[in-house]
Write a protein that binds this ligand. Structure first.
Ligand code: F6R
Length: 260
């Protein structure tokens, strides 16, 4: 696990954007795994800027989003689908037919999930998967106790997650109970896992993820088993890490050729 601690979410997001831009430039048909939520907003802003000002093109890219609420139409203002349109897809040149987001209104949800897995496989697999982290350690919507080998499927959101997402729905009572999410096994198949976490609210989950035992009770902790997991944090999110100084020292002494 590479742990990068930055003074703030802006510089952290710049590092994340360079990791993604490199994949987009270097792969012939890059497959990007994307997340929603507040965490990747600055990252998406920077990718849009790179597209406008530096000619970073997504025209050969395919994208797969982690999750979507069951029962929400793509056009619902609180759907992850409309979030992605607003915050990224409307502003870059990724072809619409290469954007994949779970369909929370699919008539046969288990069949949809199986097809989603197949589409990821047939794209050649995800090159880099962007991840945020829930306050209880979820990645995607793989809540605590999710199987570490799980694939794309239906999940029930915890009360904490419904509380955390209440803002987007104008109250907790309006937050759906169910979602479709890539599984932890699906996420672990990605060639790079890029986890971002900002703010003191995430500090406990981050410490458990990076320095605690690998356990289904903290789903993100499975990233300790990933050959290329990169965790990019601001100072507050890193505040409960016991070895923070060591991670900063390692980053400061990275050889030039390894720098992001
Ligand atoms: C979103 C997702 C979630 C979020 C996590 C953090 O697609 O899969 O795991 O990344 O809930 O959300 P924010 O970034 O809003 O704190």
């Amino acid at each position: 696990m590479e742990i990068i601690i930055q003074p703030d979410s802006r510089t952290a997001s710049l590092i994340a954007s360079r990791i993604i831009a490199r994949v987009v430039r270097e792969r012939t048909n890059p497959a990007l795994g994307l997340a929603t939520g507040t965490t990747p907003l600055l990252l998406y802003k920077e990718l849009i800027r790179m597209h406008r000002e530096e000619g970073l093109s997504f025209v050969r890219a395919t994208t797969f989003n982690l999750d979507e609420y069951v029962g929400l139409a793509a056009g619902h203002p609180s759907s992850f689908h409309s979030f992605m349109d607003r915050n990224l897809f409307d502003h870059i040149d990724v072809p619409r037919d290469r954007i994949h987001i779970p369909d929370g209104l699919a008539a046969d949800l288990p069949a949809f999930c199986r097809d989603y897995e197949e589409e990821i496989r047939s794209s050649g697999g995800i090159d880099v998967q962007v991840l945020g982290i829930g306050t209880e350690g979820h990645i995607g919507f793989n809540e605590p106790s999710s199987s570490l080998a799980s694939r794309t499927r239906i999940k029930t959101l915890t009360q904490q997650t419904r509380k955390d997402y209440s803002g987007a729905f104008g109250g907790e009572e309006n937050v759906p109970y169910h979602c479709l999410t890539m599984g932890i096994g699906t996420i672990m198949d990605s060639r790079i896992c890029l986890l971002l976490a900002f703010g003191g609210k995430k500090a406990r989950a981050v410490a458990a993820t990076c320095e605690g035992p690998v356990t289904a009770m903290v789903p993100a902790s499975v990233l300790q088993m990933h050959p290329r997991a990169i965790v990019v944090l601001d100072r507050e999110a890193a505040s409960e890490l016991k070895r923070a100084e060591y991670y900063q020292w390692v980053y400061a002494h990275k050889p030039d050729w390894q720098k992001h």
